[in-house]
Design a protein around this ligand. Structure first.
Ligand code: UFG
Length: 340
């Protein structure tokens, strides 16, 4: 049985990926510092799969602890690295913390891969590296624009670190550029757990509908889009998780064609904020309280993925619809309600 280290494995995308890995027979070891997740996630993963992943709590930006971890765990076959800070707005307030956490943890992992003969690494990247693309849908070949936030810049820097590291070191990597991951596992046992007031659209919608927030603010209806609201490529978190399984299998199976490969993970469909709200209202039967307010600084107008490279090269395609994404997010919010 191949053993995969999942960093950030109690987080939103990490936890769904642990489930998918276990369900196809991988052994999983999770490392997380629980800075933005809960230890209970491990119980819920175990409820879904019947297998409890091994867990260690520490911070991967701690060089000594990371080295000690790898010296105790010599039999790791591949790594999926999610652990990172991910809030665009917060990164503007705390740039140093973002660089420290996101960049240093990758460096520590790479250093120990080299030391311990671990070759394969899947890295969590983001469509934020494109900024506002000149052409849509955006392909992986589109130019990387100057970052709009320290968060986005850490993703760009980490991709560059991987580009050079995979040239001269025995390291193979796949960077996956996520568009907008939403939804939750169909069991409603795991999902997104935003601390405090959510920044992202879908948790804000479900929290408003359940009564935790009064009104959803729709940031801008004067964009150059059909209904004036901004467009994104929303993708179900389980589809994203499945792409990680394929990526790690591709590398472990020696099928990768180059040392660093980069793939967009989206559906290829652009959806406006109002369309997301309408989908939510349709599947939940709830009427959402929302109002239009000015644009949020830093938001791009529209972005959606060209998915052909991932579809053809990985043999992966997002399968779940927007309504399925919203229905699962709503089921998750309702499952959370008694715990609040
Ligand atoms: N939005 C609202 N009201 C809200 C929250 C969001 O109208 O309360 C709108 C935003 O303005 C945007 C859309 O909903 O048009 C999606 O916003 P999110 O915050 O959910 O997602 P973003 O596209 O801003 O950000 C996501 C990830 C980032 C990543 C970025 C890349 O959260 O990590 O995509 O574009 F960097």
């Amino acid at each position: 049985m191949k053993k995969i280290l999942v960093t950030g494995g109690t987080g939103f995308i990490g936890s769904h990926t642990v489930v998918e890995l276990q369900q196809v027979g991988f052994e999983v070891i999770v490392v997380d510092n629980l800075s933005n997740s809960s230890i209970d996630v491990l119980d819920n993963i175990t409820r879904i799969t019947g297998i409890r992943p091994t867990f260690e709590e520490f911070d991967l930006s701690d060089r000594k602890k990371t080295a000690e971890f790898f010296s105790r765990n010599k039999n790791i076959d591949g790594i999926i690295h999610f652990a990172a800070f991910k809030a665009v707005g917060e990164s503007m307030e705390k740039p140093v913390e973002y660089y420290q956490n996101n960049v240093v943890s990758l460096l520590n992992i790479l250093e120990n891969m080299k030391e311990n003969g671990i070759r394969d690494l899947v890295f969590s990247s983001s469509c934020t590296v494109y900024g506002q693309p000149d052409e849509l849908p955006v392909t992986e070949k589109a130019p990387i624009k100057q970052a709009w936030s320290p968060y986005g810049n850490t993703k760009q820097m980490c991709e560059e670190i991987l580009r050079f590291s995979t040239v001269s070191l025995p390291i193979r990597s796949i960077a996956l550029r996520y568009f907008n991951p939403i939804g939750a596992h169909e069991s409603a046992l795991i999902g997104e757990l935003p601390l405090g007031v959510p920044n992202n659209l879908v948790p804000f919608i479900t929290q408003t509908a359940i009564g935790l927030r009064k009104t959803l603010n729709v940031f801008g209806n004067d964009y150059d889009t059909p209904d004036g609201t901004a467009i994104r490529d929303y993708i179900h978190v389980v589809d994203i998780a499945k792409a990680h399984v394929i990526a790690i299998q591709r590398m472990i199976g020696e099928k990768g064609k180059s040392k660093l490969e980069i793939f967009n993970l989206g559906t290829g469909n652009g959806t406006s904020v109002l369309e997301v709200i309408h989908s939510f209202e349709r599947v939940s039967g709830e009427k959402l309280n929302y109002s239009i307010v000015p644009r949020r600084p830093g938001d791009v107008e529209k972005v959606w993925a060209d998915t052909r490279f991932a579809n053809e090269e990985l043999g992966w395609k997002a399968e779940l619809s927007l309504d399925e994404m919203m229905a699962s997010a709503w089921k998750w919010e309702k499952a959370l309600a008694p715990r609040k």
